[in-house]
Design a protein around this ligand. Structure first.
Ligand code: AMP
Length: 344
């Protein structure tokens, strides 16, 4: 290391920058909305925001790119239908920012095999796809860190499933700053006022997800009948026999979903019914299905409208990439200088 190199301090750097991403591996669902997109929409009015479609991350599990372009466009349209405004936030596609590959390479030198192998998401995916345990999957959190710190973001609106990745991102940042100079703020997972959110699947186990267990996930692309069918299939039982008894997980999940989309009165009614042992789960699920439809249908329609204007979607991507590049070029100049890779 160059002994004369000036160390750059955190305090010289912008703070309160927001960055998050979503993979184009399938249709956007309720978990993406309540874990991430709902926060994007609010944060875009309050912070400098960068939101990204993580097409490179999707290659770790979805190497077939034949539907990638249409998936990317769909996820862009779905985010915008939920209220993300590309005039307010910088909204771009990950592969359009070539600088990310360079930063990812440098960070890989600071990430250890042991810690990557211990990552819960890596272990889960390796178990699900034993035929494709690739290095990209192992270094997924490194690429994610590159995406976040490329804009020197400190706030990362994500769901609970990303908590460990954010902890790893902080470790990589601390190592980088320690070795090469205080360039990056430490990133933290963010959710307004509450703990990080995990939207459960309708089958009572796991979480809603884009590419797994599609019958227990509610997508913004689902039509009304599909929503009804999925909600009515949610697991229940004969109901409690003792007043105020604890809720089994699969019942608690239905209440969690109701809390997200139904009114307070409706939620209170079913909570009281549960506590008084006279709950009728059939009625509860019917109510939940109709409230879900009220919530999802307008977003589904708006997505369709946006998708019809292909030229507009391309413009959104182009403009987003241009704006993201301004921030990335600044960061990479700083990174190369601090690492002593600025030969001329
Ligand atoms: P992914 O679909 O894995 O690309 O995730 C995109 C964003 O949605 C991330 O911030 C995740 O944390 C969030 N997310 C995905 N599934 C859920 C879920 N079931 N509950 C809450 N947040 C979720």
């Amino acid at each position: 290391m160059d002994g004369d190199k000036q160390k750059i301090k955190h305090t010289d750097l912008p703070s309160g920058i927001v960055m998050s991403g979503i993979r184009p591996t399938g249709m956007v669902h309720l978990g993406n909305y309540f874990g991430a997109i709902r926060n994007y929409v609010r944060m875009q009015d309050e912070y400098e925001c960068y939101f990204m479609i993580a097409d490179l991350h999707s290659l770790t599990t979805h190497p077939d790119t034949s539907t990638l372009k249409s998936n990317v466009k769909r996820v862009i349209a779905e985010n915008m239908a939920c209220g993300l405004n590309p005039e307010k936030a910088t909204f771009y596609c990950q592969s359009h920012l070539y600088e990310t590959g360079e930063l990812y390479l440098y960070l890989n030198m600071l990430a250890y095999k042991g810690e990557l192998e211990k990552t819960v998401t890596f272990k889960d995916k390796a178990r699900q796809h034993p035929e494709n345990i690739n290095a990209g999957l192992l270094t997924y959190p490194v690429l994610q860190t590159a995406d976040i710190i490329m804009h020197r973001a400190s706030l990362v609106p994500v769901g609970k499933d990303q908590e460990q990745h954010l902890e790893m991102a902080r470790n990589f940042v601390v190592r980088f700053n320690h070795r090469y100079g205080e360039i990056f703020p430490e990133p933290h997972a963010f959710n307004y006022n509450e703990d990080l959110i995990k939207v459960p699947g309708l089958d009572g186990s796991g979480k809603m997800s884009k590419s797994e267990n599609s019958m227990s996930t509610l997508y913004f692309g689902d039509d009304d009948d599909t929503i009804r069918k999925k909600v009515m299939k949610a697991k229940t039982d004969a109901g409690p026999t003792e007043a105020n008894s604890p809720k089994p997980d699969y019942i608690d999940n239905i209440f969690t979903l109701m809390k997200l989309v139904s009114s307070d009165e409706v939620l209170t009614k079913y909570n009281n019914d549960y506590n008084n042992c006279n709950i009728r789960y059939g009625d509860m699920k019917k109510q939940l299905a109709e409230d879900m439809i009220q919530f999802i249908a307008p977003i589904r329609q708006k997505t369709q409208d946006i998708l019809e204007d292909n030229q507009y979607l391309i413009e959104v991507m182009e403009k987003g990439a241009q704006k993201a590049r301004i921030s990335a070029e600044k960061t990479m100049k700083l990174v190369r200088e601090s690492m002593g890779l600025n030969y001329f």
